[in-house]
Design a binder for this molecule. Structure first.
Ligand SMILES: [Zn+2]
Length: 413
C-alpha cells in the first residue's frame, strides 16, 4: 500500500508530494533534505493495517492537495531503494520489484498461494519485540529468572499476533526464542553462513572434542560476547528505518545496487554503526579462532604460531580472521567487504556525507576514499548478517551443552 500527502518545508515554503510505501512497523520515520533550502525534513508513517497516515515530524507541515499541482514527487519505502529514474515516478510501486527479487528466496508453506513479506520474510514491529527479548536476556544475565520469564511471556504473546509461533502450556528455551526471531529477520544468508559450522560442532561434540573449549567459553567469553551482540543489535533496531531500505538486498546477496538510491537519509544517526559493528565482529571471532584450532587437530587454545592469550591481546582487529582464512567453513567471515578502512574512518570520526557519496579516511590521515550512500547501507547490513551468523554459532554451542546439563533456561508459555 502506498499513501500520499503534500508536504511543505517550514523553512522555505517549497512543497512536495510524498508517496510512501507503508512498511510493516507501526511507526516509521523518513528523512530528506529539502530540495530548495537543503534543511532536513522528517516525516513519519503511523500504521495500523489496513489504515496508515502520514505525519509531519520536523521542519514541515501537511497541506491540502490541489489537483494537477505539478509538484515534485518523492517516493519512499522503508524496505526498498529506488532506481534513480523511478524516485519521482507517480506510478512506482517499489515493493513489486522487491517481490520479484525475493520470490525464490522466501520460505512458504505447501498450500500457501500468496507471499506476505511482512510475515514470511520479516518480523512486524521488530524493534518493539527486540526490546522485549533484550530485556528478558538481560534479566537472565542478572540471575532474575522470574522477571525474565514474565517478559518472555509478553514477547511470545506479542509474537503470536503474527502467527501461531508459540503454543500455550509448552516450554520454550530462551535460545529458541532468540533463534526464531533472528532467523526470520536474517535468513537465508545468516543461517547459510552458520550452518556448515554448526554441523561441524555437532560432530566435534559427539567426539568429545568441545568439552574444554566450552568450559573456557562459558567462563571467559560468553557474557561479554552476548553483551556486544545485544548492543549492536539494539543500535541496528534503533535505525531500522534507515538500514531497512537495503536489508532485503543484503539478505539475498543481491549485490547489484550501485544504480539504486534511497530516499530517506540521515547520516548522523548511522555514521558510527559500521565501526561499532566491525568491532563487535572482530572481538567475537575468538570463538571461530578456537573452533578452527580444534578442527585443525590442536587444542582450542593452541594456534599455529601463538597462544590464545596473545591472539586475544596482541592481534589487531583487521588481522583477527587471519588464523582461519584458509578454512572453507569460515570463508564468509573473511571476505573483503570486511573493509577495515571504512571501520577506521567510522571509528576515528573521519567519515562524512556529501549527497549520494560517503567519504572517509582510513586512520584519520590515510587516503580519502568514496563509496555510495547506498553501498554504505548495504555493507552495514552485510556486516550485521555476519554478526548474527556468528551469534547463531554461539547459540548452537550453548544449546549443545545446556540441553544436556539441564542448564537451559525454559519459559512456559
Ligand atoms: Zn526548504
Amino acid at each position: 500500500m502506498v499513501i500520499s500527502e503534500v508536504i511543505k518545508c517550514s523553512s522555505c515554503g517549497e512543497a512536495y508530494r510524498a508517496r510512501i510505501g507503508v512498511g510493516i512497523d507501526g511507526y516509521q520515520q523518513h528523512y530528506i533534505d529539502c530540495i530548495k533550502c537543503f534543511l532536513p525534513i522528517v516525516l513519519a508513517v503511523r500504521a495500523d493495517p489496513p489504515n496508515a497516515t502520514i505525519e509531519a515530524t520536523s521542519n514541515c507541515e501537511i497541506i491540502p492537495r490541489i489537483p494537477d499541482d505539478k509538484l515534485t514527487i518523492i517516493n519512499f519505502h522503508p524496505a526498498c531503494a529506488f532506481n534513480k529514474e523511478d524516485l519521482h515516478d507517480p506510478r512506482k510501486f517499489a515493493s513489486m520489484d522487491m517481490l520479484s527479487i525475493l520470490h525464490k528466496h522466501v520460505r512458504v508453506h505447501e498450500n500457501q498461494r500468496m507471499i506476505s513479506l511482512s510475515h514470511d520474510f520479516d518480523v512486524p514491529n521488530a524493534p518493539t519485540k527486540w526490546s522485549q527479548l533484550k530485556t528478558a536476556l538481560q534479566m537472565l544475565l542478572n540471575d532474575k529468572k522470574d522477571n525474565a520469564e514474565r517478559i518472555a511471556k509478553i514477547y511470545m504473546k506479542k509474537r503470536n499476533e503474527d502467527g501461531r509461533y508459540y503454543i500455550p502450556g509448552r516450554n520454550y528455551s530462551h535460545l529458541s526464542l532468540l533463534y526464531e526471531y533472528l532467523a526470520k529477520l536474517h535468513y537465508p544468508l545468516a543461517p547459510a553462513i552458520a550452518g556448515p559450522i554448526t554441523d561441524k560442532l555437532n560432530v566435534l561434540k559427539a567426539e568429545g572434542k568441545l568439552d574444554d573449549f566450552y568450559k573456557f567459553y562459558r567462563q571467559e567469553i560468553k557474557t561479554e560476547n552476548l553483551q556486544r551482540y545485544i548492543n549492536i543489535l539494539s543500535s541496528y533496531m534503533a535505525n531500522r528505518d534507515h538500514f531497512g531500505q537495503l536489508m532485503y538486498y543484503a539478505r539475498v546477496s543481491h549485490d547489484d545496487i550501485d544504480d539504486l538510491i534511497v530516499s530517506s537519509k540521515n547520516f548522523d544517526s548511522i555514521k558510527n554503526f559500521y565501526g561499532d559493528a566491525y568491532e563487535t565482529l572482530t572481538s567475537n571471532v575468538t570463538v571461530l579462532a578456537c573452533i578452527n584450532n580444534i578442527t585443525d587437530g590442536r587444542s582450542y587454545d593452541e594456534f599455529k604460531s601463538m597462544t590464545l592469550n596473545k591472539y586475544i591481546k596482541d592481534v589487531s582487529k583487521e588481522n583477527k580472521t587471519n588464523p582461519f582464512k584458509t578454512n572453507p567453513l569460515m570463508s564468509a567471515f573473511c571476505e573483503s567487504d570486511l573493509e577495515s578502512t571504512i571501520r577506521n574512518g567510522s571509528h576515528h570520526a573521519s567519515i562524512w556525507h556529501d549527497g549520494e557519496v560517503i567519504k572517509y579516511r582510513s586512520g584519520g590521515t590515510g587516503a580519502q576514499r568514496d563509496i555510495s550512500y547506498t553501498r554504505f547501507l548495504y555493507l552495514c547490513n552485510k556486516l550485521t548478517i555476519k554478526i548474527v551468523a556468528l551469534w547463531f554459532i554461539e547459540i548452537h554451542l550453548q544449546y549443545l551443552f545446556e540441553s544436556e546439563s539441564g542448564e537451559l533456561q525454559l519459559f512456559t508459555f
